[in-house]
Design a protein. Structure first.
Length: 99
């Protein structure tokens, strides 16, 4: 007798979606870091390697951190947990009474 396909886990699919988005954003942050280093080298006649490393890390990690926080915000909003957090105890009691 054939078995039905298992229902995919929402948690697992959310983590897969987060990882997929973060892979793309890692590429964007690398490009941003490269652009920042390029612009720093164009402005200075003498650039030190320490300044280029700090610029690349600062620009790249800032973009990556912002992308991670925004991705988590969007995934949290899409999961429905935000609506549950805004409910007051009176609304919860009213919903239970209606059942």
């Amino acid at each position: 007798m054939p078995q039905p396909d298992p229902i995919p886990s929402l948690r697992r699919s959310q983590w897969q979606r987060f990882r997929r988005i973060m892979r793309w954003m890692a590429l964007v942050s690398i490009m941003t870091a490269a652009a920042a280093v390029y612009f720093v080298t164009q402005g200075e006649s003498e650039t030190k390697i320490h300044m280029l490393i700090a610029t690349a890390l600062g620009a790249g990690l800032s973009v990556l951190l912002g992308a991670a926080l925004m991705t988590l915000t969007f995934l949290s909003s899409g999961s429905g947990h935000d609506e549950e957090a805004h409910r007051t105890p009176d609304e919860i009691l009213t919903d239970k009474d209606e059942l």
